[in-house]
Design a protein. Sequence first.
Length: 279
Amino acid sequence: MPELPEVETVVRDLRPLLVGRTVEAMWAGEQKLRRPWKVMWPRKLVGTRVSEINRRGKWIIISLTSKARGRPPAGFLLVHLGMTGQFTVMPSADPIKDHTHFLFFLDNRTNLQYRDPRRFGSVEWFPPNTDVEKHLGEKLGPEPFGLPAQPFRDAVRASKRTLKAILLDQSVVAGVGNIYADESLHRAKLHPETRGADLTDAGCDRLRKAIEVVLTRAIDGRGSTIRDYVGGSGLRGGFQNEFAVYGRGGEGCPTCGAEVQVLRVAGRSSHFCPACQPR
Ligand SMILES: [Zn+2]
């Protein structure tokens, strides 16, 4: 499932391909995604111009303006990649792949495509002046970069749940999923079943810094491709080759050589080193 580094890579790839382009026409498929697409939305969208593309947590927000003088706002597209979503700009002459659900035809012989074999993702339009944050469907905590120490300590220690569950929840920090939770806990030398309420100041600080370092390095590596993920220009990620523990059960820990173990925590497979991350 795409997490923050993958979604950030898509946004960075799409920005130069999309900002300033006008949507000249669009096509929406008939298969249902996680959230419904409404038949009146193309009329709102066609003729608008992309003014910005940004990320919040694992969500992509595309801001649109009208072509009228002074360019008033014309709404937003809110996109989630779900499990297998691919959001790319491709030449219009390229063949369209199976499982493509949306095509936005741009004014330079390219199109923005949304492809999603498992259909857990979504593409929605919202009118101007919408507080998009209210429609994300989850309470999102702060972005994980440059977080101040004390509020993070307080938020982690307010929970009796495991650190793995806290990281997956999104409300303490936005954007971390199964891969980067495991990688961050390994870097912070914390066991995934440690309770938030039991963490020391030093443990909280290690975790906060580990999340930031792991996500930054993953963005530098253009995210991780386990199966379907590609960036906004169709290229696969490279960070999967640098995992310390994720998906490496039974192999040696790169820090100490002990065998990486797999444990079910918070309903997900959790990969950790029993020597580096003692209970
Ligand atoms: Zn180790």
